[in-house]
Design a binder for this molecule. Structure first.
Ligand SMILES: Cc1ncc(COP(=O)(O)O)c(C=O)c1O
Length: 422
């Protein structure tokens, strides 16, 4: 595979951009590769600037559940751009998207749009603290909630490869009110709430963590969090930046039938544009400026192009058969995949259209388990898949995604490639 142009482009990029990238995992350091530079993408395929094509299982980190460049989304966006690209004054698509969010996530009685998942989480946490008058935030090891200072504690995703569980540049005091506990450990959370529950403003959780790789909640863990937070008058925040519109049209909360107090959404909701949202109970959201004293704002928040892409994406997802068709395909794929890896010391963790292959013989239910994955073997796996024109998420601690645009042909190609991997 000739990657001369990408290698040259990277050499130039590092002269101007730290590490040559605008988000660390893209540098492909954890798989000892040089980044691909992408020229275009359509359906399930990426094309790099050397003309190589890859079937894509990263999908812009879970954004493209419809595949890249979906024609209906593109049409709507082109039309919207013709009207202008940002007003800094309210426009109708903001209310339209808020209504759609509320329809599918009834717990989000009020919604505010922002530009990234990081912003959504940061604002939800501020609101939770403002509402409860408490400071403590409980999160879980290996969950990633964006790069706000106070949440970079034992975080997953790219932060999992930091030399310590904290980021440099974050004063100790900024994380003094953040506690990280092991995911799926009911006892640890119960113990913590017995001792300090009355000081907890909120528990924030990825209901199905995807940033330590996909890990499923066990033994009613989410229900347990709901019960404990209610008892302690703390809030429960579901960070559904990945799971929202991915696990079902109503996200993990619909699937697990749990009503959080606040929810954050990102990725799919922007249809490939920078948009995210946080929302929840009206009495909590009422504290937000301009109605209340918790300040939050954004120049490009509710951007009409991003709102339009989100609206059209959700319209597509609302087709009655969308999720059943996707489930049919993913169930077939995951069954075949499970067979193919049966004797390879690889664990498949999957739900709906997202999955991770952990290179370990033991089941993975926490960050500590995930860290047992053989990272050297993962590197070889990534390179092997890339050589077969398959782009998977470039870290052992990330999720992979399927879209409605992946055809049986592409999925069979993936299965064949994994069969050939030793
Ligand atoms: C669960 C979760 N929350 C928050 C974020 C942060 O979102 P963003 O990268 O848009 O800031 C991410 C990003 O991957 C995420 O997966």
């Amino acid at each position: 595979m000739n990657r001369t142009n990408s290698i040259q482009a990277y050499k130039e990029a590092v002269q101007y951009i730290p590490g040559g990238v605008n988000s660390p995992v893209r540098a492909l350091r954890s798989v000892d590769e040089s980044p691909l530079f992408i020229q275009k993408a359509r359906n399930a395929w990426l094309t790099d600037i050397d003309g190589n094509r890859y079937s894509d299982y990263c999908l812009s980190w879970g954004v493209f559940i419809l595949g890249h460049a979906h024609p209906a989304v593109n049409r709507a966006v082109h039309k919207a751009i013709g009207h202008g690209t940002s007003y800094g004054i309210p426009s109708l698509p903001e209310t339209e998207l808020a209504k759609l969010v509320n329809r599918h996530f009834p717990s989000m009685e009020k919604v505010r749009f922002v530009n990234s998942g990081t912003e959504a989480v940061m604002s939800a946490v501020r609101l939770a603290r403002g509402f409860t008058g408490r400071n403590l935030i409980v999160k879980f090891d290996g969950c990633y909630h964006g790069h706000a200072d106070h949440l970079l504690v034992s975080a997953g995703s790219g932060a999992a490869s930091l030399p310590t569980s904290f980021s440099a540049g974050v004063p100790k005091g900024f994380t003094a009110h953040t506690v990280s506990l092991p995911f799926n450990d009911r006892k640890a959370v119960s113990r913590f709430f017995r001792e300090r529950g009355k000081g907890v403003a909120a528990v924030i959780v990825e209901p199905v963590p995807a940033n330590m790789g996909v890990v499923l909640p066990q033994n009613d863990f989410l229900q347990h969090l709901r019960t404990l937070t209610k008892q302690a008058d703390s809030l429960l925040i579901f960070d559904e930046v990945i799971t929202g519109f991915r696990l079902s049209i109503g996200g993990a909360q619909q699937k697990w039938e749990i009503v959080p107090d606040l929810t954050t959404l990102g990725k799919i909701i922007g249809g490939g544009f920078p948009a995210a949202a946080f929302g929840g109970r009206s009495d909590i959201m009422a504290l937000l400026a301009p109605d209340g004293p918790v300040y939050q704002a954004g120049t490009l928040s509710g951007n009409p192009i991003a709102m339009t892409a989100g609206i059209e994406t959700i319209n597509q997802l609302s087709h009655p058969d969308f999720y059943t068709d996707l489930a049919q395909k993913t169930t077939w794929f995951f069954n075949a995949l499970a067979d193919d890896i049966a004797h390879k010391d690889i664990r498949l963790n999957q739900t709906d259209s997202m999955f991770t292959l952990f290179f370990t013989g033991e089941s993975v239910n926490s960050f500590a388990d995930a860290k047992r994955t053989d990272t050297e073997r993962f590197k070889r796996f990534f390179k092997h898949m890339l050589s077969r024109n398959i782009y998977i998420s470039p870290s052992p601690f990330e999720a992979n995604f399927l879209s409605s645009a992946h055809t049986e042909k592409e999925l069979c190609h993936f299965l064949k490639a994994i069969k050939d991997f030793e």
